[in-house]
Design a binder for this molecule. Structure first.
Ligand code: HEM
Length: 133
């Protein structure tokens, strides 16, 4: 089924409006639920990491209808993640932490359709990051 791009964008805008520091909250949720990934982080300051993740999420949502952009950018990002020690299993943990955070921030605006849209988008992103070049 085609991704509901309008719903992805409107729900992301709502989340960022309700919580501009959404990626700060994301790392709190991630490290609370999956403390085993914490040792992988630390090359950069937490503030830098939060900013880079936020900028990347904004860029993905902006370019979500451009397959060539997604393939190039996410392929390169995925290769860097191999170097960080990220495994396939961890993509599931990050997806869980991301959806949990978005749901928490969206609050009463969260719907099953938004959950499905984000699960589908995250799955596609994770797939492109792990695609063999
Ligand atoms: C949708 C999936 C993901 C996105 C969009 C994403 C995004 C990013 C970005 C933008 C950076 C920093 C920039 C860079 O290295 O070029 C980064 C670094 C990193 N990411 Fe991810 N990431 C994803 C999945 C994961 C997963 C599954 C893990 C597993 C725990 C992970 C762990 C890390 C680590 C350890 C770093 C380096 C941290 C440091 O330097 O201290 N990421 N990620």
């Amino acid at each position: 089924m085609a991704l509901n791009v309008d719903l992805l964008r409107s729900s992301f805008a709502l989340v960022v409006e309700r919580e501009p520091e959404v990626t700060h909250r994301f790392y709190d949720v991630l490290f609370a639920k999956y403390p085993q990934v914490q040792p992988l982080f630390g090359r950069r300051s937490r503030a830098d990491q939060e900013r880079m993740l936020r900028d990347m999420l904004v860029a993905i949502v902006d370019h979500v209808e451009e397959p060539a952009w997604l393939q190039n950018q996410l392929g390169a990002l995925g290769s860097k993640h191999v170097g960080y020690g990220v495994t396939a299993e961890m993509y599931g943990w990050i997806g869980d932490a991301l959806l949990t955070t978005l749901k928490e921030v969206a609050g009463d605006a969260w719907t099953p359709a938004i959950a499905d849209t984000w699960a589908q988008a995250y799955g596609a992103v994770a797939g492109l990051m792990q695609a063999k070049p």
